[in-house]
Design a protein around this ligand. Structure first.
Ligand SMILES: NC(=O)c1ccc[n+]([C@@H]2O[C@H](COP(=O)([O-])OP(=O)(O)OC[C@H]3O[C@@H](n4cnc5c(N)ncnc54)[C@H](OP(=O)(O)O)[C@@H]3O)[C@@H](O)[C@H]2O)c1
Length: 259
């Protein structure tokens, strides 16, 4: 899909990957709707985009709240491209995670992506065109030790992407999953304790910048790609998980966190 003149809605766009992606879509000539909770953060990103001549607007919403998603769906015309990027989640053993925190990390990204996609899907299908991009984590393929709630939410997001892809065949609406390895955003400051739980074996995979992930998110739409994993070392690791599942999961466990 060509991005010029299209409306692109990006969740989690107040910082990090979402903010970088919003800029990239705007550089391609799209009008970008940036969604997050922080009005201040969104304002900064909209200013950054308008400074270089891009077109953008901010929408403040808490996507962990189903009512706020419903009113977003009612007040905003369905975009041409929906980017489900907002996500949180500390990495914790299941019995160390409070039920409230488990609900939060399931609400965003998984339920937010599910409900927001549902809110816009009817109109996209009626128009016979549209694209959805879900940003996911490598733990949606290879779980790591000590992050059960986080990993479950990411597998759910992967399931949503895969099952929706089947239902969208022949409708003119498509869906991509972009899966980056470790990204140099503020994710690990925002979700303390997670960085320490990255298994040592994953340190073989270089960290990528939010801008590099944003380039992949643009390519996902323009080239209508089903999946993009980056960097290539992550793709190799993911492949090894499919070819040698026992060995890969043993190495992840062995070099990961233990109680
Ligand atoms: N960083 C990594 O290493 C990495 C790797 C793979 C995948 N990912 C995934 O990529 C996505 C973006 O991550 P990031 O690295 O850019 O993280 P980040 O810097 O922590 O940004 C997260 C974004 O999500 C928004 N958000 C969180 N909760 C929200 C809510 N309830 N309602 C609306 N917006 C909410 C935040 O905005 P507000 O706080 O303003 O609401 C922020 O804009 C996440 O899904 C993350 O899991 C990250």
């Amino acid at each position: 899909m060509r991005l010029a003149g299209k409306r692109v809605l990006v969740t989690g766009a107040s910082q990090g990957i979402g903010a970088a992606a919003a800029s990239r879509y705007a550089e391609r000539g799209a009008h970008v709707l940036l969604v997050a909770r922080s009005a201040e953060g969104l304002k900064r990103q909209v200013e950054r985009i308008t400074e270089f001549g891009g077109s953008a607007e901010a929408i403040t919403a808490d996507l962990a709240n189903a009512d706020e998603i419903r009113s977003l769906g009612e007040s905003v015309e369905a975009p041409d491209v929906l980017v489900n990027n907002a996500g949180i989640g500390r990495w914790l053993f299941l019995d160390d995670t409070s039920p409230d925190e488990l609900q939060q990390m399931t609400a965003v990204p998984y339920q937010a992506a599910l409900l927001l996609t549902r809110a816009f899907l009817g109109d996209m299908r009626e128009r016979g065109s549209g694209w959805i991009v879900n940003v996911n984590s490598p733990v949606s393929r290879l779980p790591i030790p000590g992050a059960t709630g986080y990993a479950s939410a990411r597998w759910a997001l992967r399931g949503l992407t895969a099952s929706l892809r089947l239902d969208l065949r022949g409708t003119g609406v498509g869906i991509s999953e972009v899966v980056p390895g470790k990204v140099s955003s503020q994710y690990f400051e925002n979700n303390p304790g997670a960085e320490e739980r990255i298994p040592r074996i994953a340190k073989l995979i270089p960290t990528v910048t939010p801008d590099r992930v944003a380039d992949a998110m643009v390519a996902a739409v323009e080239k209508e790609k089903a999946e993009i994993h980056l960097p290539w070392q992550l793709k190799a690791f993911e492949l090894s998980g499919r070819i040698f599942p026992g060995l890969t999961s043993y190495l992840t466990w062995k070099t990961g966190t233990h109680r």
